[in-house]
Design a protein around this ligand. Sequence first.
Ligand code: 8DG
Ligand code: MG
Length: 163
Amino acid sequence: MASALIKEPKVGVGVFVFNDRGQFVIGQRKGAHGAGTWALPGGHLEYGETFETCAARETLEETGLSTTVVKFLTATNNIMRGDDAHYVTIFMTAKIHGDKTEPELLEPEKCESWQWITWEELSSWAETHKNALKEGRSSTRKLFLPLLDLFEHRVGINPTHSI
Ligand code: 8DG
Ligand code: MG
């Protein structure tokens, strides 16, 4: 079989980009799988790239923010049945570095807007989304599957403690 036809899991990197008030950047995806769902800045790990380099590069490309103290947090296995995709997501944490402290929408074709959120706020969005799924309702704020899986599969994790 031609290798292009073989489906394989891909590696995605999602970054908790923290300001000094304990908030991180989140945005609503558009134009790709998971459109309409809330996700962290991030993207595909490139061949030969470290997790840290990928996290800093994607954050800079998508938000214009420079980062420091870029650290591995955890990984999740995300089987996106509806979108016929399978990713292993590497979650990283990082701190904003330098004079630029507000995210810029550098890829408006991929994201509606960026905003700040705390872990407590995102946890309550996840709870609402999970309950809606259980009860077969649709929820107003949906998390991108890798983030929902983070809450489901890494119970008790708190990226704020990693920075
Ligand atoms: P690239 O091809 O330019 O590297 O990536 P991109 O254009 O930024 O694509 P993306 O859709 O933002 O991210 C690439 C894939 O990474 C995405 O299709 C699914 C995967 N991914 C995860 N987890 C996360 C996450 O938390 N945030 C983001 N943005 N992508 C993630 O598996
Ligand atoms: Mg991206």
